[in-house]
Write a protein that binds this ligand. Structure first.
Ligand SMILES: CC(C)(COP(=O)(O)OP(=O)(O)OC[C@H]1O[C@@H](n2cnc3c(N)ncnc32)[C@H](O)[C@@H]1OP(=O)(O)O)[C@@H](O)C(=O)NCCC(=O)NCCS
Length: 180
């Protein structure tokens, strides 16, 4: 098992995983879910880390550049956001997700935010990993956030009859003083 920064050629394999495990957050795109993901991941592929086994990508996590907009009204400066975070179902529960998130969260000069979703009705899917990586939940966006913002039709659960879905913002604060 190896961890490395993503390369251009990895984009479609990361996009396959995201399509299979999450759907797409790129709801502005008219394209299919896979194509929307390829389009979106291409913009930031330099900021993704991947985990490989025998050169096959089995996990990925990305982080944005510094955000220009305060899209969640958090009133924070110097903010980067964790992007897609996925591990192949056959390899989950072995610490790969935790390592990938740590690789992306290793920049203590920025505030790092993470929009966590939860389709299990109880807590955000990555709650335990977030806690281990030093994140704290700072904002509840409400269980109708995805529905209200039209994300559901590109979600991996689009064929299920979901009633609600957890949406929360988690923060790993910058260790640099005077930046929050
Ligand atoms: C979220 C995801 C990336 C995690 O990847 P992973 O490789 O399985 O993660 P890890 O193995 O590092 O960590 C899972 C941890 O959560 C812990 N965990 C899970 N459910 C738990 C529970 N109910 N109580 C306590 N701990 C729990 C596991 O024990 C494990 O911790 P450990 O390593 O200390 O034992 C993966 O599950 C995934 O791809 N999910 C689908 C896509 C998704 O939802 N992405 C997140 C978007 S917000």
């Amino acid at each position: 098992m190896k961890y490395r920064k993503a390369k251009y050629d990895d984009i479609k394999y990361i996009a396959y995983l995201v399509t299979e495990l999450l759907g797409s957050c790129n709801i502005e795109s008219e394209k299919s879910i896979l194509e929307s993901n390829i389009e979106e991941i291409s913009e930031n592929f330099n900021n993704y880390f991947v985990c490989t086994i025998d050169d096959k990508i089995i996990g990925a996590c990305g982080i944005s550049a510094i955000l220009e907009q305060d899209k969640y009204n958090l009133n924070l400066k110097n903010v980067r956001e964790i992007l897609y975070f996925v591990v192949d179902k056959n390899y989950q529960g072995r610490g790969i997700g935790t390592t990938l998130l740590k690789l992306c969260s290793d920049n203590n000069k920025c505030n790092i935010i993470y929009e966590a979703w939860g389709d299990n009705g109880k807590f955000a899917n990555s709650k335990f990993i977030l806690e281990k990586c030093g994140y704290k939940m700072i904002k509840d966006l409400g269980n109708d956030y995805y529905k209200k913002n039209n994300y559901c039709y590109k979600c991996v659960n689009r064929h299920k009859n979901c009633h609600e879905c957890i949406a929360q913002i988690w923060l790993k604060p910058s260790m640099t003083k005077n930046i929050v």
